[in-house]
Design a protein around this ligand. Structure first.
Ligand code: ATP
Ligand code: MG
Length: 352
């Protein structure tokens, strides 16, 4: 990347390389990569988003047609003479993209015999990394060579997921994979947290699952595991139809509907990721519980929600799920989900 005055860009003190990973499909990996990337770029940071998925959805979301763009991640990984700058596409101010198309799927088999196959991406970034403050890697919904390339290069993993019982089934397996990668190719890799996507805040079940995730991470705090510092990131990204519409226009949420709930959530999450304050502060209260400004009549559920009260009404264009009766205890992968006795129990949690 050459600056507008033709000079080389300054070295970044540190580049954060983040993989958005979940082997489950359709959980919000691409939506989060695009919109977090765009939010970081909007803050003036230099950002590169990498489409590691042969589906090419990240590229399309940013208005880049992988079929016609020229060199893509496939050539970057497979062809020794292709360099990073040949593949980078400047898609917005401060935001560059490494696009992909369907032929990337062949890389899985074409690289199979190369003992150093998992370091291909990292090697191509070697000198280019310093151009960026953030590199966000959109992983495919599988745990093959492409994902391994992302995990070998990343410092952090964020796990987009829905707070549903079935969605949690694979999370234990996912953490196992990260653990194996740490033992093998990238000992410094850490899970920074879970991004709750398509969040439906009024569902009791959703609250229970979030509570269980919070507890799971608290239990491992201080351990030598790669997820010892992980947390459920706040705010949750509310279910918002605008986030689903934006890709069909090749637009980020900030192009398409910059003040819709989805844009507000991603902007706020990006600010927290940059500041390192991944949880909202817990306001002091006399009974030791988290509190929030008075919700007003009929808004008790909003008060104990993951979102700040001022955001709670902004999701009016989405249908909130109705509060459901407590289900039986269930077990999801290595994470068990116990029903909580009353909504008040949840009120004891931080005001997320
Ligand atoms: N907060 C949200 N509200 C509404 N729709 C959403 C939200 N987040 C994502 N979506 C939609 O859900 C679908 C799946 O999202 P996305 O493509 O980001 O998931 P993914 O994990 O990248 O999927 P895949 O595993 O196939 O790559 C898309 O149609 C997307 O537009
Ligand atoms: Mg995707």
């Amino acid at each position: 990347m050459v600056m507008s005055n033709g000079s080389e860009p300054p070295d970044r003190p540190t580049t954060r390389v983040i993989a958005l990973l979940n082997q489950k499909g359709g959980v919000g990996k691409t939506t989060s990569t695009v919109n977090l990337g765009a939010a970081l770029a909007e803050m003036g940071l230099q950002v590169c988003v990498v489409d590691m998925d042969p589906q090419g959805h990240l590229s399309l979301h940013l208005g880049v047609d992988g079929e016609t763009v020229g060199e893509t991640v496939y050539e970057l990984l497979l062809e020794p003479e292709v360099e990073l700058d040949q593949v980078l596409v400047k898609v917005r101010p401060n935001l560059s993209c490494l696009p992909s198309r369907v032929d990337l799927a062949a890389a899985e088999t074409e690289l199979a015999q190369d003992p150093d196959r998992h370091r291909r991406l990292q090697n191509k970034f070697a000198d280019g990394l310093r151009k960026f403050d953030y590199v966000l890697l959109d992983c495919p919904p599988s745990l093959g060579v492409l994902t391994l390339n992302a995990l070998s290069m990343a410092q952090e993993v964020y796990v987009p997921m829905q707070a549903h019982f079935l969605a949690m089934q694979g999370v234990g397996k996912l953490f196992e994979t990260v653990g194996l990668v740490c033992q093998g190719v990238n000992p410094d890799l850490k899970v920074s947290g879970v991004i709750l996507c398509m969040h439906e805040k009024l569902s009791t079940h959703v609250r229970e699952v979030v509570g269980e995730l919070d507890d799971f991470f608290e239990e491992h705090r201080g351990s030598p595991l790669p997820w010892a510092d992980a947390r459920v990131l706040r705010p949750a990204i509310r279910k918002n139809i605008k986030l689903a519409e934006a890709p069909s226009f090749g637009q980020t949420i900030f192009d398409y509907a910059p003040w819709c709930p989805g844009a507000i959530d991603y902007r706020k999450l990006a600010e927290r990721i940059v500041s390192g304050h991944l949880e909202q502060p817990v306001p002091a209260s006399t009974d030791g519980r988290a509190t929030s400004p008075g919700p007003g009549p009929g808004k008790v559920m909003v008060e104990i929600d993951l979102d700040t009260p001022d955001e709670a009404d902004a999701s009016a264009d989405d249908e909130p799920a109705a509060a459901s009766p407590d289900p039986d205890p269930v077990v999801a992968g290595s994470l068990s989900v116990e029903p909580r006795s009353t909504p008040e129990d949840l009120d004891g949690r931080p005001d997320h």
